[in-house]
Design a protein around this ligand. Structure first.
Ligand code: FE
Length: 187
């Protein structure tokens, strides 16, 4: 009889494997990027569900295991936020999955809602912004604000943006295992 691998072991294996890939033109790997965003969330005193969302926000980029395809390289939006959130919903509740789902929209939102925000984006992020639909219209921004998890997604977005420093000291995935285990709603 085979034994099922636990959700957290599955996630740990992704960080080890696909997570070691380059993060679209940045000086850190995808796993380093996600762990650094999480360290920033924790340092800011974020609640557990938001620390977890920061850790898992780009899980949809792990296309082999999660989305099964890789569209970003063709210049198309791979909808990594939605595929990641849908995939995570097998184990986590909406307080974790919805900020993941909306973290790309949050970038498009901030470009509209916050003067000067666009200038802070790196070149790689400007490229993906274009692919993802560009800044929101005012009406889209108001609709975004009304979505559950929108404010949390904006918080994740800000840590996401800052998490590209190759010199930053970051905890490893195992450090966050107990926090993730407490948030599991299905195993
Ligand atoms: Fe990210």
């Amino acid at each position: 009889m085979t034994r099922d691998i636990s959700p957290i072991d599955t996630l740990a294996a992704l960080f080890e494997g696909e997570g070691s890939a380059e993060y679209f033109g940045e000086a850190v790997t995808q796993a380093q990027h996600m762990l650094q965003a999480t360290a920033l969330a924790e340092a800011a005193g974020a609640p557990a569900h938001l620390v977890a969302a920061s850790l898992l926000h780009d899980i949809g980029h792990f296309h082999g295991a999660v989305t099964g395809r890789d569209l970003m390289e063709d210049g198309l939006d791979n909808r990594h936020s939605h595929t990641g959130a849908d995939w995570l919903a097998r184990w986590f509740g909406p307080e974790v999955t919805e900020p993941v789902r909306l973290h790309v929209a949050a970038k498009r939102y901030l470009c509209t809602a916050e003067p000067g925000y666009f200038d802070l984006l790196s070149e790689a992020f400007v490229h993906t912004l274009r692919v993802q639909g560009g800044p929101m219209t005012e009406a889209q921004a108001r609709a975004f604000e009304a979505l559950p998890g929108a404010a949390d997604a904006v918080a994740v977005r800000r840590w996401d943006e800052q998490a590209k420093d190759p010199e930053a000291a970051i905890p490893d995935f195992e450090y966050f295992r107990p926090l993730l285990e407490r948030l599991l709603v299905r195993a």
